[in-house]
Design a protein around this ligand. Structure first.
Ligand SMILES: [Zn+2]
Ligand SMILES: [Zn+2]
Length: 217
């Protein structure tokens, strides 16, 4: 009969989920190929979604523009929601991947290039192509364009020193996030931090709170 101590041992035939997750991230999320590859696939998806209602099954320009704008605005909220409630989870692959960025800010870490494009394409197929609602594709296009814009702005925060006032304010906002990971989740907008009460405008207002390790539980 097995004892408690033998049950607690990890079976040699059963891979440790944390090491599988780590291996996946090291293989697919790290490196310049994936980093720039995801910029390319995400941009291609945004252009495809925007082109579909113009060339595929035409709808009016005003509809396309207004839905694309609505998608962009929706991205601003999504950026805050993903960053705060998915990327800063203590457990899970999103939390682990984002922690790599917080540990090494200049490292080329991005969601695997085939994931974001594929997931959004699958949702697009179900919501736009299958029900033949081509106008809705513009909403996807605006949202995806917002995601690509966010990727560039975040890259600029860590790799460039743009002196434009708007970018300087956003960079300062993001620098504070890297010091206090439970504040300033917005990357392209500070608005949602204001709305959700997580905005902080100074580096010295409160003591640093470190991100939790996945092993903290
Ligand atoms: Zn960052
Ligand atoms: Zn973060």
């Amino acid at each position: 009969m097995r004892t408690d101590s033998t049950e607690s041992l990890v079976s040699p035939t059963k891979p440790d989920p944390l090491s599988v997750q780590k291996k996946f991230l090291e293989t697919f999320a790290e490196g310049r190929f994936n980093y720039w590859g995801s910029f390319a696939t995400d941009s291609a998806a945004a252009l495809f979604f925007l082109a579909w209602p113009v060339f595929g099954r035409p709808v009016s320009w005003t509809t396309v523009l207004s839905l694309a704008l609505a998608g962009w605005v929706l991205w601003g909220l999504s950026e805050y929601v993903f960053h705060r409630w998915a990327y800063h989870q203590k457990k899970g692959i999103f939390g682990s991947g984002h922690r790599m960025h917080h540990d090494e800010e200049k490292a080329y870490v991005a969601m695997p290039w085939f994931v974001s494009g594929f997931v959004v394409l699958a949702v697009w197929y179900g919501a736009v192509y299958y029900p033949r609602d081509s106008a809705l594709s513009a909403l996807f296009g605006g949202w995806m364009a917002g995601f690509v814009f966010y990727s560039w702005v975040h890259h600029a925060h860590h790799h460039w020193s743009l002196q434009n006032g708007w970018m300087r304010r956003l960079r300062a906002h993001h620098r504070i996030h890297h010091r206090f990971p439970d504040r300033n989740f917005g990357v392209t907008l500070r608005f949602w931090d204001q709305v959700f009460g997580t905005r902080q405008s100074s580096h010295s207002a409160r003591p640093a709170k470190e991100m939790h390790s996945p092993r903290d539980g």
